[in-house]
Design a protein around this ligand. Structure first.
Ligand code: AMP
Length: 270
């Protein structure tokens, strides 16, 4: 708890939206919100709007009791965990439809995903009314699209992106990692190995984007969904020669039952 005795600037509410099954990645956002803000609100909602019928909405891990204890320990003041029915009542009608970038990269295999995310984040911003909101770079495309929505709609909210938290093996922490066996977790570190290999190749002079993407692919033993180098500034796909700060974005599938989709990304600068 933070005791405020004098007010020189308006009190700031910081907000961390999540789908629960919390891990250190989520908690890093809560701790940063605690550092920067007077009030910290975490939301936990498995958002049905962002899952296609064939995806894992039902199976998505739900660990509310443990999540509440973790939120408390990380310094949250309020945990908002509504029923989906409270957020989407029967007469719910309005949706956010993002631009063309919602259909690329992760949006190619998950075309309704980002519009579902933008809609729920918009609703939650309306309920919580934060001045600052914290999102992970783990979901780099999502972070970009939320920043774009806030800009396009003139929302008076500062969006703060936070670095990816990884296991010591390099595997990016994710609620979906709970679907994986220890062996699969080990195999899935190839995504991080691909990032390291590309970063190293750029450091030693490689600038050919096709060669860098080929190198990344050669490191990944999963079934690849997509791998792209995109502009950090515009999220446009880069081709030819690497001339600007880029993000290596990728997604892959591991396992059969369930077939688990994992994402990862890393900064690549010349
Ligand atoms: P989710 O519960 O998966 O919707 O994630 C909620 C928030 O936590 C999003 O802003 C994610 O980007 C962020 N997040 C998830 N995993 C990580 C991670 N490994 N490192 C940093 N942030 C993360």
């Amino acid at each position: 708890m933070k005791v405020v005795t004098s007010v020189t600037t308006p009190l700031i509410t910081g907000f961390v939206p999540t789908m629960g099954a919390l891990h250190e990645g989520h908690l890093s956002l809560v701790r940063e919100a605690r550092k920067q803000c007077d009030h910290v609100v975490v939301s936990i909602l498995v958002n049905p709007l962002q899952f296609a019928p064939n995806e894992d909405f039902k199976a998505y891990p739900r660990t509310l009791e443990a999540d509440l204890a973790l939120c408390e320990a990380a310094g949250a003041d309020v945990v908002f965990c509504p029923d989906a029915a409270a957020i989407y009542p029967e007469n719910f009608q309005t949706r956010v439809i993002g631009g063309e970038l919602t259909q690329r990269y992760c949006g190619q295999t998950r075309p309704i995903f980002f519009n579902g995310v933008l809609t729920v984040v918009n609703i939650l911003f309306g309920i919580v009314r934060p001045q600052k909101a914290f999102f992970g770079e783990k979901d780099f495309q999502q972070l970009f699209l939320i920043k774009q929505m806030v800009k396009d709609f003139w929302m008076p909210i500062e969006i703060i992106g936070m670095p990816i938290i990884r296991e010591s093996s390099g595997l990016a922490m994710s609620s979906r990692n709970s679907y994986l066996s220890e062996l699969q977790k080990q195999e899935a570190t190839c995504l991080f190995q691909a990032i390291l290999a590309v970063q190293e190749a750029v450091k030693t002079g490689e600038r050919d984007i096709q060669a860098l993407l080929d190198l990344a692919r050669s490191k990944i033993s999963l079934e690849i969904d997509y791998i792209e180098l995109v502009s950090v500034k515009s999220l446009e796909r880069l081709t030819g020669t690497l001339l600007e700060p880029a993000r290596l974005l990728m997604a892959g599938y591991i396992g059969d039952k369930p077939r688990v989709r994992l994402i990862d990304n890393g900064l690549v600068t010349a």
